[in-house]
Each structure stands twice: as C-alpha cells, then as structure tokens.
Design a protein. Structure first.
Ligand code: ADP
Ligand code: MG
Lengths: 252, 353, 307
C-alpha cells in the first residue's frame, strides 16, 4: 500500500496550468525523485501535498486517509514534513531553537498550557533538546548550536532545514532541491544520510532535485514532469534515459 | 517631601498601567510579529466597561434612587454624586471594595479578550498596512460610539468611578497604587513565563517565517487568535485599572495617540525583549510625569507637552534608523530546560539555570 | 439643496487630499499617517497669508501648495528615503509615518499657540468667512479647482513624457530603473505633488469647519476610506472614492439624523469609518480590486454544482 497517492491533481495560476492531472505514488521507506526543467510544476506539487496550496481538483491520500485541502500544520502532525526551495530559517532564533520549534507534541505551545503545565513541558523540553543535539551532531552543525540562524552559510541553512524536519520523526519528507548550493562532498554525505534514514527508520522521501549525479543511485523510483504533467515514470535510470525527458530538458 | 511622595505615587501608577500596555504590545508585536496599531481600542474597552458598570453596581447597594441609576438623562447628571456616595459606602466595606477591584479587572480583561478575538479576524487576513488602518479605524469607531451613546460612559461628559480604596483613609492613595503595582508586577511574571516557553518560541518562529512555522506544525491562525486575546486581555485590564485610578472615564481620551505612545515604548525599549518594553515605558512615563510636575516652571508660550511629543517623534525616527533593535535588543537562545551540553560545544551559554 | 452643496464641497476636500494619499502609497507602499496634517498645514498657510499679507485665502492656494508640498518632500527625504535605503520593513515605515504625524501635529499646535500669543488673535478654531472668502463662492471655487486639478494631473500622468515616466517609476521601480528612469527623483516629485494637493485641500477646509491643528488629522481616516474604496494602487480611483465617501457622509447623516432614527449628528464620522472597516474586511483592494471574474465563475460553478 502506497504511503502517498495523488490522484489527478489540477492547479491553475491565472493562465498558467501548473499541475495538469498529476497522479503519483510514494511507497513507504523509499526515495522517490521528482525531476523536470524549471517551471514544470514540481514546487507546486510539493506545495499542494503539504497543504500550502489547495488543488483546483484532484485528491491527495496519505496513509490511507484523504488529506486533500488539510492545512500544513495538520499534515505535519499526520507525518508529512517539508523543506523549502529557498531556505526559510527563523532568522532571529538560534540554530538549536530552530530545531526545537519543530518538535512535535509540545505541551507548552499555548499561552495557558505554558503557564499551567510548566513542569510537564520542561520535562519534554529536555528530551527535545537532547534529540536536537543528536540531529545537529549528525548534520555537523553542532558547533553552531547557539548562533543565530542569520549567521549561517547557504549550505548550512539547507542542513538546518533538513534538521528541522527530522525533529518530528515524520513518515514522509518532501525535499525541494535540498542539494542546491551545497558542495559535492557535503551533498554526498547528505544523500547517504537520507538513504540511511530510509533504511533504518523507514522514512519515505519525495525529493525534487536537479543534481542527479549525486542522488540517482540512491533513489528507488522517479517521476519526470514537464509543463505541469507527469511525462515519464519508472526507475531513475529508465526515466533519465527516456527521450521524452531529454527533449524536455533540452527545451522541447 | 509630600510633593515628591505624591509624584512618585503618580509615576508608579502610570507606570503600572503603561507597563501592562507595553508588555501586551511586546507579546503581540515583539514576539508574534502582529502589528497591533489599535492598542487603544482594547485599553478603552476595559475602561469603558468599568466606567459603565462600577458606579451603577455600587449605587445599587446603598439604596440610591433607582431612576438615578437607570435613567440615563439623570445618571448623566448624578453619576458623580453616586460615585462619591459609593466611595463612602465602600469605605466601610473593604472586602466588597477589593472584590469589586478584582471583578472589574477580570471584566476589563474579558472585554479586552473579546475585542482581541474580533480583531484577529482581520489580523489573519490582511497585510500589515491594511490591518493597521483597520485597527486604527475600529478604535476610532469605538470612541465615537462611546462619546455619543450616553448610556455607556455618559457621552462627552464622562462618568465618575467610585474610589475603591477609601477604606484605607489617609493611606488610600498609597494602597491603591500599591495594588496597581502588584497587578502589574504579576502581569510581568506571567508574561515572562509565557514567552519563555514553547509558546513564545512558536510566536517568534511565526514572526520570523510564517510559512515555515506552519509547515512545522504551528497552527498560525490559532496562535494569532490566542495571542491577540491574551494581549488584549492585558490591555483591557490595564484600561480598567486606569479608570479606577483616575476615578473617571472620558471617551475622548482614548485616541490613537495612546497607541502611538505604547509603540514608542516598545520600539524604543527593544521589541522582543520584555525588559526593553518595561524600560521604554519607564523612560516615557518618567519624563512625562516630570514634565507635568514642572510644567508651570517652564516659561514657554505653548504647552510643553507638544514639544515633548515632537522630541519623542524625532527620537523614535532616529532610533528606527540607527538602532532599530531598540535600547535592549532581543536576546535569543535562552534554554528553558536544564540540559547537559557537553563542554566541546562552543559558546558560554551551556546549561543555564 | 444646501445639504447637497455642502456635501459636494466636503467631497472636494476629501478628493483632493486622497489623491495624494494614494500617490504616496504607491511609491513606498506605506500609508502616510501624516497626510491629514499636510492638509492642516495648507489651512494654516492660507490663514497666515490672509492675516499677515492681507490676501484672500484663494490667492494663497499656490502658497499652500508649496508649504504642504515642501513638508511632504522633507518627510520623504528625511524619514522615508533613509529608512527605505536601510531596508526597513513595512511596519517600521508605518511607525515612522506615525512619528512624523505626531511631530507635524504637535508642531502645528506649537505654531498656533505661538501665533496666538504673538499676534493677539485666535489661531485656533478659525473660519475663513471673516478672512475675505465667501461662504458660497468657496463651493464653486473648490469644485472648479478640484476638476481642474484632476484633469491636469490626468494629462500630466498620461499624456506627458515626464508624467508617464513618473508613473512607471513609482509603479514598477525595478523595471523603471533598468530603463534608466531616476526612480528616486520620481518618488520625490510624487511626494511633492501629493503634499501640494493636500495643501490645496487645506485652503478650503476652514470655509466649512472651524479649523485647529487637529482638523486635518481628524480627516485622515476619511481619506483612507476614499483611497481604499478607489483602490490604494489607483490614483484616479481616489476621485471616485472621495466623492462616494464625502457624499455618503454628509447625505447619510442628513438622512439618519432625521426621522425615524433621529440619530445624533455627532455620529457623522462613523459613516465613512464603518464603510472603511466593512470594505477592508470584504474587499481590501478596493472596488476595482474585486476579482469580478473569479467571483462570477465561483458563483456559476456553485450553481452548476447545486443544479
Ligand atoms: N504562487 C504562484 N502564483 C502564480 N504562478 C505560480 C505560482 N507558483 C508557481 N507558479 C507558476 O507555476 C508554474 C510552475 O512553477 P513551479 O511549481 O515553481 O515549478 P518548478 O518548481 O518545477 O520549477 C510556473 O509557470 C510558475 O510561474
Ligand atoms: Mg521549484
């Protein structure tokens, strides 16, 4: 049973049809790639799945449950987390705080519970901090933990985004160009890390990425989009060799 | 000596009120990024409900002629008399007086919270500039209604409010201001716990990057509603306290200038830092009170307050240019839980508390 | 009939000032809270000219244009431009705008008080009936002035090369600077014109309301109502917005204060304010901003679905 299914999604912006009958599947514990030239609707698809845009028509199923039109925060608690194509850090907060924000099930997140259940959320807080440090360690960001996010480099911001979504142990992570602007060695390390998350924790990934040289070997399945449509699907090798996809990339 | 004492009392009283207003705006804007340009509306809400109810409530007990209470045309004339008689009655009944004090604060906070929830409707829908105009206009609408709809606070004449501390005799003023300081200090403590918690962190996240906060599980709409409710409840309680301190409520006092003053305090002191907001309030109120005291000694062909406003306006603009983070800038990174952070981590902030 | 004429005169003032409000909004996307005080500056300039130079307020229109225009220009160069260059956000600009408002209004208070003591005549609550202007003539003069200004502004912005460049510069600064238009200068000119028009509006104000340093500020929210109604990004929308707001306020209260409601006339300002709040909640981008096509298609889809 697929973890994520989109069924005939349509999304229009004025005259532009950004999604045109898009149906994809993401299996549990897999890495699914989404490729396609700029403007083909990849980010729009991520935005629809993560609840930032409502589709004009079509449906989204997650974990056997229809989630079409759910707001982002509700999808996050259901287990879908995402990153942004342009890093979106909480600039005035420290790296550690950026991660702590993403912790799920924080008791003290409402003014009243913050006051009344202080002991309880303080206990949870200790666990969250520990977890956050483990993630920072993993992403080699630990030494930056008390710096403001605005002080990080572009590559570090990408890592921070990844670290944030890991805080909640999501079932599905949507990554929008996670490797853009990251040096090859670090990119390699991130991809390895992603694949170990898949293998060890059973996390599923839907990844928009142009740097296929690094990631294609680790991916289980791929979709190619062009002008709002899925034009090819299959194993990454099949998709990348497809003449249609080549034509699209060459500006067809 | 007596003069200095009463100056200090006045300073403490006004500071208590404005500290609450500044902290409430700091919660909304400094932490949550919600630009509440209608602060005076919530303040007025608390003052109006106190003005409308307190004198009438007190008048019921000592058996005042009911038509004086319920007939607006008579209440308009006799409310000062009723308030004076009410003060006299309460002088013999401190317990009732203190209960009323608490009741009015709660009512003021309730009305504030209600108005805050109403204000969250535009706040989650409109861009900052449109929201600012909406809230300013809403505040002005409330003021216009209050100054014309006489049953509320007797229109342009205003309504008198009984002194709830007459029972303390010569110490009346001292105990009154002492209670206000206590309420205000309690607010500081509560707000400090609130913002130094996952709630405060979620607020700052929403302020820095609303979309990312939403994608990380924060219900930003609900956060805004709750925050405006809490902030406005505090402002409403402050308004209620203001009415009880001055012993009168006049609708036309509640102009957008009051909103501006609170913004001045928060931006000057340092948005996102409660100590900054308090410092801003103290600075503004300190100078303002001193000017009121020494006004008659300054030989100017105009009211010195206008000069004060001008200077403050210029100061604020300069601050926005050269020190936009305020006198005491925001300090992120406070950890709330006691956690072992091993010594190989760089930085000296390990394991606070 | 009298009511209609009064409403027209009132609307002229609103129209003249809200055009400028919209123009400055387009340049920096900040609501200029000091715009009402620019109107007051125009009124005081005319009063000063009448009292000190002995000319009629009408003759002072150019002076009022210059005085308010310079005040607006100064606020652009001293406040908004430096902040904009430092990358200030919209809330910062709004706080600065409120500060400027307070500075100007307080300065006007100081000016009025100083003039009152030094000339031993009242500079608060003044009317122009005694200063050489006639009660009815101002209705005619203000209407003609408003029409002339609207037409010439339209011709300037749409038919002259400089005006078209100016519009391009304020509406789409990045594109304009790419083709070599001096965006900064265009903004400055916009602020000058906007302030100037507010000043002209100010000359007419004391013909109908006793004027003091608070009068223009009290008009500000009506100007916002007019500008928002017309669409904050459409200069000439403010013309329609201004007439709708002005007429509905004066005629509205005339109707509401009569039987059967007999509302107090002091509720007057509540009319434009209520219009503004409702408007902001249902159609914040003004009437021209309503997406009629989408609204229609949504409605028809609703019909299809239910049918
Ligand atoms: N918020 C939006 N408003 C209008 N058009 C949009 C919006 N988001 C995306 N588009 C348009 O939809 C198309 C697909 O964009 P996008 O999903 O960002 O492509 P990709 O991520 O594959 O590069 C583009 O033509 C883009 O201009
Ligand atoms: Mg994209």
């Amino acid at each position: 049973m697929s973890l994520l299914i989109t069924d005939g999604l349509f999304k229009r912006f004025g005259g532009v049809i950004a999604l045109d009958n898009v149906s994809i599947r993401v299996e549990p514990s897999s890495i699914t790639l989404l490729v396609g030239p700029n403007g083909s609707g990849k980010s729009t698809l991520i935005n629809v799945i993560s609840g930032f845009y409502k589709p004009d028509s079509g449906r989204v199923f997650f974990n056997n449950c229809e989630v079409t039109g759910w707001p982002p925060h509700k999808l996050y608690s259901a287990g879908i987390a995402r990153t942004f194509q342009l890093p979106a850090p909480f600039a005035k907060m420290t790296v550690l705080e950026n991660l702590l924000v993403a912790a799920k099930w924080s008791t003290g997140e409402s003014p009243l519970t913050a006051l009344l259940h202080r002991r309880r959320w303080l206990e949870e807080e200790a666990e969250h901090v520990e977890r956050a440090f483990r993630i920072l360690e993993l992403l080699s960001l630990r030494h930056m933990w008390d710096r403001r996010a605005s002080e990080l480099s572009g590559g570090q911001l990408k890592l921070l985004e990844l670290g944030r979504v890991l805080m909640s142990s999501p079932k599905l992570i949507l990554l929008d160009e996670p490797l853009a602007g990251i040096n090859p060695r670090l990119a390699e390390a991130i991809v390895k890390h992603i694949s170990s998350l898949r293998d060890e924790l059973g996390v599923a990934f839907l990844i928009v990425e142009h740097r296929l040289d690094v990631i294609a070997d680790y991916a289980d399945y791929a979709y190619a989009m062009f002008r709002g449509r899925v034009i090819e699907e299959g194993t990454p090798k099949q998709v990348l060799k497809s003449p249609q996809v080549l034509k699209a990339y060459l500006g067809g | 000596m007596a003069e200095l004492f009463s100056f200090l009392l006045g300073l403490a009283a006004f500071y208590s009120i404005y500290q609450m207003l500044a902290l409430s705006l700091n919660l909304e804007y400094g932490y949550g990024g919600l630009p509440n340009f209608g602060k005076v509306m919530f303040f007025a809400g608390g003052a109006f409900v106190t003005g409308a109810l307190l004198t009438r409530l007190v008048a019921l007990s000592p058996g005042a002629p009911p038509d004086m209470v319920w007939d607006v045309s008579k209440f308009k004339i006799y409310n000062t008399l009723l308030a004076t008689r009410g003060s006299g009655y309460l002088a013999t009944n401190p317990l009732l007086a203190l209960t009323l004090f608490a009741l009015m604060l709660i009512l003021g906070a309730g009305v504030g919270a209600l108005l805050g929830i109403l204000a969250s409707y535009p706040a989650v829908r409109l861009r900052e500039d449109y929201l600012g105009v909406t809230l300013i206009v809403s505040g002005e609408l409330l003021r216009i209604v209050a100054r014309n709809y006489e049953p509320l606070v007797c229109g342009t004449l205003g309504v008198s409010v009984p002194n709830l501390f007459a029972w303390a005799g010569t110490y009346s003023e001292l105990i009154k201001v002492g209670s206000m300081v206590a309420v205000s200090t309690a607010t500081v403590l509560l707000i400090n716990i609130m913002v130094n918690s996952p709630y405060g962190r979620a607020l700052r996240a929403m302020r820095d990057q609303e979309a990312a906060a939403a994608s990380l599980g924060k219900d930003v709409v609900l956060l805004k509603i709750k925050t405006l409710a809490v902030g406005s409840a505090i402002a409403g309680a402050a308004g209620s306290m203001y009415a009880m301190y001055l012993g009168a409520v006049v609708a036309d006092e509640f102009t957008p200038l009051k909103t501006f003053i609170v913004w001045l305090m928060v931006v000057m002191g340092g948005a996102g830092n409660n100590a900054g907001a308090c410092l801003g309030a103290l600075t503004y109120i300190g100078i303002d009170r001193a000017l009121t005291l020494f006004k008659h000694l300054i030989p100017l062909p105009f009211d010195v307050n206008y000069l004060y406003y001008t200077v403050m306006g210029v100061a604020l603009i300069l601050l926005l240019m050269y020190r936009p983070e305020g006198i005491l800038p925001e300090r992120p990174g406070r950890l709330y839980a006691t956690t072992e952070i091993s010594s190989d981590s760089r930085g000296g902030q390990a394991a606070p508390h | 009939m009298n009511v209609v004429l009064d409403a027209l005169a009132f609307s002229n003032i609103i129209v003249l000032s809200s055009i400028g409000l919209t123009l400055t909004y387009i340049t920096l996307k900040v609501p200029n809270f000091a715009h009402g005080d620019l109107v007051t500056i125009g009124a005081y300039t005319a009063l000063a000219a009448a009292r000190l130079l002995g000319i009629t307020p009408y003759a002072a229109i150019p002076l009022a244009f210059i005085a308010s225009g310079m005040a607006a220009l100064a606020s652009y160069y001293l406040v908004y431009r430096p902040l904009d260059r430092r990358g200030a956000g919209i809330v910062t600009l709004m706080i600065a705008s409120m500060s400027t408002e307070v500075i100007l209004r307080a300065s006007l208070h100081i000016f009025a008080d100083v003039m009152t003591t030094s000339t031993k005549s009242y500079w608060r609550g003044f009317l122009f009936r005694e200063e050489g202007g006639q009660l009815t003539s101002y209705i005619v003069v203000s209407t003609i002035t408003a029409i002339l200004i609207i037409i010439s502004l339209y011709l300037f912005l749409h038919r002259t090369k400089y005006g078209v460049a100016l519009r391009a510069a304020v509406e789409n600064p990045s594109l304009a600077s790419a083709i070599g238009i001096d965006v900064d200068k265009a903004r400055a000119v916009s602020w000058l014109i906007a302030g100037g028009l507010a000043g002209v509006a100010g000359v007419f104000m004391p013909f109908r309301t006793p004027t003091d340093p608070e009068t223009g500020w009290a008009l500000l929210l009506r100007m916002f109502a007019a500008s928002v109604l017309g669409g904050l990004d459409a200069v000439f929308g403010a013309v329609i917005g201004g007439y709708v707001i002005g007429l509905s306020e004066v005629l509205g209260i005339y109707l509401l204060s009569g039987p059967p409601l007999n509302l107090s006339t002091a509720y007057r300002p509540a009319i434009p304010f209520a219009i503004l709040v409702i408007l902001l909640l249902i159609a914040p981008r003004g009437l021209s901003g309503v997406e009629w096509r989408r609204l229609l298609s949504r409605m028809s889809r609703g019909v299809v679905r239910s049918g």
